[in-house]
Design a protein around this ligand. Structure first.
Ligand code: FE2
Ligand code: FE2
Length: 323
């Protein structure tokens, strides 16, 4: 997309302005993601000292989805001294920065896997974090290492199902196409996490009633990371058969905030009247990740119900001079 540099700067200002409402800032972020290129990346990078972990994790997610190597210096950098670091980092990279929330560091690790560059430096950093005490970070790095190695050894050679959702996933689908077998791989805690993810994405790509139901049932597995990803793919599928299970996990206040966040956003994408009502109820949840997700999800619900405008619309608004 060809966009003037000053427009990218203005959209970046919307993204980074803490006085703006969160839905506008999210729309600005997705507008920048769609624009792409190094200018858009540097505007997204300016947001990593924000107080919202939700917004920052989405920024890291978008950097991965853009698959632009210009994003790598933020996700992993080789700054020699602290004084050379950009002001939003207190450590060498988002992944390593202990001042960033685990959900942000997880998304930084996942983004490195999504960009998928096979470099020894990158792989050794990710491998180091495969044993991190925060399980979501360790598991994410395990997946990222596996994805990068899989791309190198198999990549285009494997004939696998297509992803109808245009996302860059943390794992490819697998060759299996039997729903019951895929469900057993996905829910088997003894199976390697990368293979469980592959089963999940195969079920997602099938996009049948049966495969949605299998994924919805699998939300009861153990482990915040895999659960949040199941909730995410259910949001992509936008199938009403998932509402009950997503509702149950959003309502459970003992559930990991990362899972509740992803359930809220998935419900926002499914956007039935019942989803609307539930999201309104959790808009004042005590957990910021959940509360903010419900605010953003309600905006997505409105978008889904009025298909006459674009979600990532900050550029259009800019042209109408309302920004
Ligand atoms: Fe995530
Ligand atoms: Fe998320």
């Amino acid at each position: 997309m060809q966009v003037k540099e000053e427009d990218i700067t203005i959209i970046g200002r919307v993204l980074c302005d803490p006085k703006r409402d969160l839905p506008s800032r999210f729309r600005a972020l997705f507008t920048l993601r769609n624009i792409g290129g190094s200018k858009a990346i540097s505007q997204i990078n300016n947001c990593f000292n924000d107080s919202s972990a939700l917004l920052k994790h989405e920024c890291a997610f978008c950097l991965g989805q853009m698959q632009d190597q210009d994003a790598i210096p933020v996700l992993i950098s080789t700054h020699a001294t602290k004084s050379e670091l950009p002001n939003y980092l207190s450590s060498n990279s988002l992944l390593e920065d202990e001042n960033q929330e685990p959900i942000v560091r997880h998304e930084a690790g996942e983004a490195l896997g999504a960009i998928g560059v096979h470099s020894e430096e990158l792989l050794s950093l990710l491998q180091k974090y495969c044993n991190h005490p925060i399980r979501e970070i360790a598991d994410t790095c395990h997946l990222a290492v596996n994805r990068i190695q899989w791309l190198k050894t198999h990549g285009a050679k494997e004939n696998l199902s297509n992803n109808p959702f245009n996302s860059i996933d943390p794992a490819p689908p697998c060759k299996e196409d039997n729903v019951s077998k895929l469900y057993s791989i996905l829910t088997n805690a003894d199976e390697d996490l990368f293979n469980r993810y592959r089963a999940m994405f195969s079920l997602r790509n099938m996009a049948t009633d049966k495969s949605v139901k299998a994924l919805a049932a699998a939300l009861d597995v153990e482990g915040a990371l895999i659960k949040h990803e199941i909730a995410y793919v259910l949001g992509q599928m936008q199938h009403q058969a998932a509402v009950e299970s997503l509702t149950k996990h959003l309502q459970d206040s003992t559930e990991h905030a990362m899972v509740r966040h992803e359930c809220a956003e998935a419900l926002g994408s499914i956007a039935t009247e019942a989803c609307f009502e539930l999201l309104r109820k959790y808009i004042s949840d005590s957990e910021p990740l959940v509360r903010e997700s419900c605010i953003v999800a309600l905006d997505m619900c409105e978008y889904e119900q009025n298909h006459d405008f674009q979600y990532a619309n900050t550029l259009t608004n800019l042209k109408e001079s309302t920004v």
